[in-house]
Design a protein around this ligand. Sequence first.
Ligand code: SF4
Length: 308
Amino acid sequence: MREIYPAFYKKFKCIANRCEDSCCKDWDIDIDSKTERFYQTVQGALGDKIRRKLADDEYNERVFKVENGRCPFWNQDMLCDIFIGIGEEHLSETCGSFPRVAIEYGDIREHILSFACPEAARLMLREEQPYADFGIQELDGAEEDDEVLGFLLKARTRSAQMLLNHEQPFAYRLADCLEFNAQVQAVLDGEEPSPLNFDDAEQSGCGFVFELHKGFEIMSPAWKQALADTAEQSDALAISEGFDRDFEQFALYYLYRYYLEAVRSGDVLYCLRRIVCAYLVTGKMDADFAPRAIPIRACACCSATPRR
Ligand code: SF4
């Protein structure tokens, strides 16, 4: 297995109670079976509380259920009582690994951080060339092992080059990348590549993208309200150049995190559609809300965070 790490990966360190948007709130915490077995042996008041709080969720998975929007072990100092009481090594897999994500394709395992963590997002936004180590050179040989994977690795590299073409405004780069990947999709489908036909588009404006997002599971009421407020005037809002600069990094993150899912799904356009939707929704929200500087948590569906 070839392990690929971006340069920023090992710089990450959770900032715990200095985090402006903790991962210890708003969702149930998954407890894997190995961790649960250990928790059944913990003595004292902490062990008793752990066993009291272990529950089944609606999928019959073991969890600590969120209470008043907080993990029951996230204390008033915004620190974890389990970490303090029995050590970091006894956090569940979910707590111990977040925001680290590992994705496997054939004999390649790529490691990345999730943009849902603000400290990880800061690292990725600051990095000059965050995904340089994901280059095709390191993955030589994939083509021989797996024809589709080799093809998609090259297409991903080409897509990244398009997103980084600073001779064009970002929206144009995104359009070029979408067009290119429509051709990639045709090849995957065994069809003759042909130009995208925008004349057939049934929708105009981006209101339908906001309507789509309103139907997603959104954990933060502030995000839900912000989405509704921006949706009302979305077509009149212009995405700023400053947002484009930040979004370039987010689009690359998306590309490196999701593009190769097409190895299994056969759907390369899914990743591109998500980037376009995230660009429209967060870019318009940024235009609407940045001047008012209200705190908004990361979007639950696309993990993007409007600038504060
Ligand atoms: S969101 Fe990131 S920085 Fe914040 S508490 Fe979680 S892992 Fe730590």
